[in-house]
Design a protein around this ligand. Structure first.
Ligand code: PLP
Length: 382
């Protein structure tokens, strides 16, 4: 066997410096800060993807996801891919070619959903609103009753705008016309309540690198009993083999027969991230985020700045702040990154140059960190 030192002395190791990523404060919309326990989990020895130990880890993750999503009888599983893989899985499995698909379109991610559905041959109808606005119960109901779609999609926490869309009225109206509801919970899961069962969501997908404070790479999903029944009854195969939820559900929860090689280390990380959340208590975590959000808003308003989204429709973990007149937002972001090493994001699409997107979530959601951020942000603005 070749010794490690022989490898260490290979020319490549001399040419490339040791990996030493800068330490950042990730106050953006994601990826968010990772808990030290999660980093530790990533360095544990890997086992095979069919090893009984790994099957147990997958089972633990599915179980731990239930309280995070707020479901008791929904099926939970994890897609090997980022949040967009969960989005694509939802669309390709639950929107058949030719089927009418209604999209609440008020931001960047509802446009991505639309694009995926278009590629899947759906008959798309969109209820368009300017970015940052939300839908009232009556608007949601009228749209669904008028269109009578087979599936409906909305973005619970629209990361491009900072707006939170409640789903109760959408789900109730959709169920009246026999439609399934897909909810994008990529930014909300782990940060703000998703309430999967109580809302009546049929299919929810998320990611690991935002509200769950884990590195990117996996997409947790929840499916209602109605969604599972619909999936079992579907006779045409999903257009995507890799994202076929029948096959993934069978691999991850039923037969444990090989479908693809699950990213073992990321499952370890997700299990640990969910345990960190369970230790704190999901409700306590939401409350901590709410408290920090209030304190953040207070500080921002005290600086004479304002939030982009009106009061009852804000995402507690992702604040969108209007860029004041005469300020170049890209310069502010560069100043924060180069100085204290703080990452925040700007707006894009119609909101380019108009907003800052500032995440206060996971390990960063403490009063001290909020004050630290506000102080540095104020300096950067000056
Ligand atoms: C980040 C995000 C996605 C896409 O997730 P990726 O992990 O970047 O693939 C989808 N929807 C929303 C609302 C998001 O914020």
């Amino acid at each position: 066997m070749r010794t490690m030192s022989a490898i260490d002395q290979a020319p490549a190791a001399i040419q490339f410096p040791t990996l030493a990523p800068p330490r950042r404060y990730l106050f953006g919309p994601g990826p968010s800060m990772v808990h030290p326990h999660v980093y530790e989990a990533l360095s544990k020895p890997i086992v095979g993807h069919l090893d009984p130990y790994f099957i147990q880890v997958m089972g633990d993750v599915q179980q731990l996801l239930k309280p995070a999503f707020g479901t008791s009888d929904g099926a939970t599983l994890v897609i090997s891919g980022t949040g967009s893989a969960g989005m694509e899985a939802a669309v390709t499995n639950f929107v058949e070619p030719g089927a009418k698909f209604a999209v609440f379109a008020n931001g960047y991610f509802s446009d991505r959903l639309t694009e995926m559905a278009k590629r899947n041959g759906a008959n798309i109808v969109r209820f368009e609103k300017p970015w940052g606005e939300t839908y009232t119960d009556d608007e949601a109901k009228d749209f669904i009753q008028r269109e009578r779609p087979k599936a409906v999609a909305y973005v619970h926490a629209e990361t491009s705008t900072g707006a939170l869309q409640p789903g109760h009225a959408i789900c109730a109206a959709a169920h009246e016309v026999g439609a399934l509801v897909i909810a994008d919970c990529v930014t909300s899961l782990g940060g703000v309540p998703v309430e999967f069962d109580r809302t009546g969501i049929d299919i929810a997908y998320s990611c690991t690198q935002k509200g769950l404070s884990c590195p990117p790479g996996l997409s947790p999903m929840a499916m209602s009993p109605r969604a599972m029944e619909w999936l079992r009854a579907r006779t045409t195969p999903s257009r995507s083999w890799y994202l076929d939820l029948k096959l993934i559900h069978d691999y991850s929860t039923v037969s444990h027969r090989y479908h693809h090689t699950a990213p073992i280390s990321m499952f370890y990380a997700l299990r640990e991230a969910l345990l960190v959340i369970a230790d704190e208590g999901i409700e306590n975590r939401w409350e901590r985020h709410r408290r920090c959000h209030k304190s953040f808003v207070k500080g921002i308003e005290a600086m004479g700045l304002s939030l982009f989204v009106p009061e009852p429709h804000r995402i507690a973990t992702l604040n969108t702040v209007r860029v004041p007149d005469g300020i170049d937002e890209a310069k502010v972001r560069k100043h924060l990154l180069d100085g204290p090493g703080i990452e925040i994001a700007g707006g894009f699409g119609p909101l380019a140059g108009k907003i800052f997107r500032i995440g206060v979530m996971g390990p960063l959601a403490t009063e001290d960190n909020v004050q630290f951020f506000l102080t540095e942000f104020k300096k950067a603005l000056h």
